[in-house]
Design a protein. Structure first.
Length: 140
């Protein structure tokens, strides 16, 4: 699914769900990407804990109903991915903010590519986003 705001976009794609009977049962494995006017980032191997995902879905439902507050989700490896959808003012305008990063081995240690983003969202898209995120993976 793609979340757009102006010239920026954020994409999240479900790759797999942790198999039944394993410690990662129900955890969504996702690919995330961000593209802006001058910078982009991608990580195809992000894992989100199922309870973290369930909390995000619950908070997203509250945000949809009240147009107040925030729904955020963070990867199991917090530096890899964070997304927050939030009311940016009392009038119910919405915005998205977050980061996409990946770490890899360099000659002298770990290196990290990172793209951070913040952009306004069309509030009319929120019900669709709630449905699309809700269909991603089993919550709970």
């Amino acid at each position: 699914m793609v979340v757009r705001g102006g010239s920026a976009s954020f994409e999240i794609t479900l790759r797999e769900v942790g198999p039944t009977g394993t410690p990662g049962e129900g955890d969504p494995g996702v690919a995330v990407a961000f593209a802006g006017a001058a910078f982009a980032g991608r990580n195809d191997a992000v894992w989100i804990g199922r309870h973290e995902w369930a909390g995000f879905l619950e908070d997203l439902g509250v945000l949809e109903r009240t147009r107040r507050g925030e729904a955020h989700v963070t990867a199991m490896s917090p530096e890899e991915f964070r997304l927050a959808l939030f009311a940016s003012d009392r009038a119910g305008h919405l915005a998205a903010e977050g980061r996409v990063a990946r770490e890899y081995a360099g000659r002298h240690g770990a290196l990290r590519d990172r793209a951070s983003f913040s952009f306004a969202l069309d509030p009319a898209t929120l019900p669709t986003l709630v449905r699309q995120f809700g269909a991603f993976a089993p919550a709970g």
